[in-house]
Design a protein around this ligand. Structure first.
Ligand code: SF4
Ligand code: SF4
Length: 198
């Protein structure tokens, strides 16, 4: 069963939370342009991890207004979610957050210049809290790091290679000698094709 991932962004901070309407309307990228580094931008001929040639060193886009539609369409979770305060703005946090298309994976895309910032507080504790969803089977937390893909679980962070096109990421809970334990594995595209033929 694939339920929608409804994350309650209860962040562990003493900063006051304002009403969703007023804050949402005020949120802008400001000096942040981390998504201009962490993602592939085929329109700009750049790969994930490379900084776009139009990215300004003091923040923002050098061709703002003429930037491609794919850039205009992207809005990270910090921008969209009122309850994520300034600590979670990607240029401060050192990572960009988004939901994957099916909506049950909270993805953390790490700034390659700050590969371990997601492990700092308050981020790491919060990611661990959100990772409880793997026990319920309704959500998961994925960290796309330089060294691979971490499936964050309440117990441990499971490191896998990053999935390639057509691969399937399977996660959940399974019984082991140590009781009910989280698991994660990549099913390669070739194996999926083979299974379909069988
Ligand atoms: S990462 Fe988010 S806040 Fe930063 S520039 Fe991109 S959309 Fe704006
Ligand atoms: S064109 Fe502008 S918005 Fe798009 S990736 Fe480059 S700097 Fe970012």
């Amino acid at each position: 069963m694939n339920k929608r991932f409804r994350v309650k962004f209860t962040v562990m901070t003493e900063a006051p939370l304002h009403s969703p309407r007023s804050r949402a309307a005020l949120k802008v990228c400001g000096e942040c342009n981390l998504c201009c580094t962490v993602y592939d931008t085929p329109d700009m001929g750049k790969k994930a991890g490379q900084t776009c040639q139009h990215s300004k060193s003091d923040g923002g886009c050098g061709i703002w207004g003429l930037h491609p539609e794919s850039c205009q369409d992207f809005k990270c979770l910090w921008l969209k979610h009122d309850d994520l305060n300034g600590l979670w703005r990607p240029d401060t946090a050192g990572f960009v957050m988004r939901f994957e298309a099916e909506g049950n994976s909270l993805c953390v895309d790490v700034d390659p210049q700050r590969p371990n910032h997601w492990r700092r507080e308050p981020y790491y504790d919060q990611l661990k809290l959100w990772s409880e969803g793997i026990r319920r089977g309704d959500s998961r937390v994925l960290v796309y790091a330089v060294e691979g893909l971490y499936v964050v679980t309440p117990d441990e962070d499971l490191l896998l290679r990053k999935p390639r096109r057509g691969d399937r990421l399977e996660t959940g809970m399974e019984y082991t000698l140590f009781g009910l334990t989280p698991f994660a594995r990549i099913v390669p595209a070739a194996q999926i094709r083979q299974l379909k033929r069988a």
